[in-house]
Structures are given as structure tokens and as C-alpha cells.
Write a protein that binds this ligand. Structure first.
Ligand code: TYC
Length: 131
């Protein structure tokens, strides 16, 4: 026999009693949507979404160390990777940082530029679709 509701509720972890807990979905975990298709139907072409490059642009004002810090924070790069990308942009004018889906590329470019703006630097990133 299941415990009465009050007993079951008292046993829940503390965070569930607070308003910060948001139940993600009403469906039980085992629920499988009935129209889920494992294979595309014959004749229906499925295409991968086009990936977008995030491009770092050189300028004469942003400190090198700041560029490295932003690349590490926003693009999860190591110190070494971030330094190489920064130096490439510094020497050649631009450097491709990474490729993502359109939304992620635009969000990361915006986050990186917002961080620069907040620190008073004119650092720019652009995005463009891959060929
Ligand atoms: N050119 C900058 C300097 O000498 C450093 C820098 C590198 C700035 C790359 C932007 O995308 C950039 N301080």
C-alpha cells in the first residue's frame, strides 16, 4: 500500500518544498510519443542544419589578455587554444573561433561582445554560414 499523501510529501527532498523547484514535465519518464519515427520516410529528404562560423576580428585597443579570457569563458577553450586564436586574429585580422548551429553561434558571439562592452573594449565577433 502506498504511504498517505502527507507522509509521501514529507519524505520529498527539501528543494521540492521550495518555489525554486519547477517540475519539468507532467509526463512520466517512460512516456514515448506515439508519432516518434526512428527512420525518415522514403523519399523525404532530411538535411542537417547549416553550421555557422563565429569569427573573431582584430582591433588595436582590446588587450590580448582580455581576448584570451573571453575565448576561454565563452567558448570553453584552454589557455593554449585561446592564445593561438587570439594571435591568429591579431596577425591576420580575423580568425574562425568555432562552428555551431546558427542560434548557438549568434548567442556566443553576442555574449562575448557584451562582456567586452561591459569592460569598455571594442572587441568584435561576427557569424556567417559555412559553405
Ligand atoms: N590587437 C590587440 C592588441 O594588440 C589584441 C587583439 C587580438 C584584439 C585579437 C582583438 O581579435 C583580437 N592589443
Amino acid at each position: 500500500m502506498p504511504p498517505p499523501a502527507a507522509v509521501a510529501f514529507a519524505r520529498l527532498p527539501a528543494y521540492i518544498h521550495r518555489e525554486q523547484y519547477v517540475r519539468p514535465c507532467n509526463r512520466p519518464k517512460s512516456f514515448v510519443m506515439s508519432d516518434t519515427r526512428l527512420k525518415p520516410r522514403p523519399g523525404v529528404k532530411v538535411e542537417r542544419p547549416k553550421l555557422h562560423k563565429v569569427i573573431l576580428i582584430n582591433d588595436d585597443f582590446t588587450p590580448r589578455e582580455f581576448v584570451v579570457t573571453v575565448l576561454k569563458a565563452v567558448f570553453s577553450m584552454s589557455e593554449d587554444q585561446a592564445h593561438r586564436v587570439m594571435i591568429t586574429a591579431h596577425q591576420r585580422g580575423v580568425c574562425v573561433v568555432a562552428v555551431f548551429t546558427k542560434d548557438v553561434a549568434e548567442t556566443k558571439a553576442t555574449m562575448a561582445m557584451d562582456a567586452a562592452k561591459a569592460a569598455g573594449f571594442p572587441l568584435l565577433f561576427t557569424t556567417e554560414p559555412e559553405e
